[in-house]
Design a protein around this ligand. Structure first.
Ligand SMILES: [Fe+2]
Length: 210
């Protein structure tokens, strides 16, 4: 399969969004601990969405602008709108702790609907990146795309070893092979051996077919 800069990371993001939606759906909004746990979860989502948009704007878009400037402008504008909406949702979630007891369930349901509308907008946004921007990016020299993809696997080896347990189970065998090929190309043989061992341990001996 051709190089796809978005495939793996967008799978992880869809999982995060669906899990937060499910967490809101069943949260006890009358309970201070439940509300605090939900706010913590939401803050994590906000940080990861901001990081991802920043990475795309600063690392992917300069390259993509060479081949699809109008699409880059469109997805950059979407990042601003989506970031603002998520920040407003965080404020709305924070305000739920001040809502009179009799109104908390209706305000919680309104928040749940608004969050899912955000998810719907976000899914359309990443669909545009995958279906419009990635084919344009694929016309760029493969070595430049490879360098961009492999930049994700810089940093301390311990960090990558630790990340494998959360990361690898999110992906199918084809995704995992691409990730391991990129890591192998980015690290020394000794580092790669450590990371690949952690990757194998995270998915179990029988779940990978090559
Ligand atoms: Fe994006």
């Amino acid at each position: 399969m051709a190089r796809d800069l978005y495939r793996a990371i967008h799978k992880a993001m869809r999982k995060d969004l669906f899990e937060v939606s499910a967490a809101i759906a069943c949260a006890d909004l009358t309970n201070a601990d439940g509300l605090a746990a939900l706010r913590g979860r939401f803050a994590g989502l906000l940080a990861s969405m901001e990081h991802h948009a920043h990475m795309e704007d600063h690392d992917v878009h300069p390259l993509a602008r060479e081949v699809a400037p109008e699409t880059v402008d469109a997805v950059t504008a979407e990042h601003h709108v989506l970031d603002r909406e998520l920040a407003e949702l965080e404020t709305e979630l924070g305000a739920l702790s001040e809502v009179p007891h009799g109104d908390v369930w209706s305000r919680g349901q309104a928040f749940y609907l608004r969050f899912n509308r955000y998810v719907a907008s976000y899914l359309l946004h990443i669909d545009r990146e995958e279906r419009e921007l990635m084919p344009a990016l694929a016309t760029i020299d493969a070595e430049r795309l490879d360098a961009l993809a492999r930049a994700d696997y810089e940093g301390p080896v311990e960090m990558l070893v630790g990340a494998m347990g959360n990361m690898m189970p999110l992906f199918n065998a084809d995704d995992r092979r691409q990730i391991l090929r990129d890591i192998e190309a980015s690290r020394t043989a000794e580092e790669y051996a450590q990371i690949a061992a952690a990757a194998r341990a995270s998915i179990g001996p029988t779940s990978e077919r090559s």
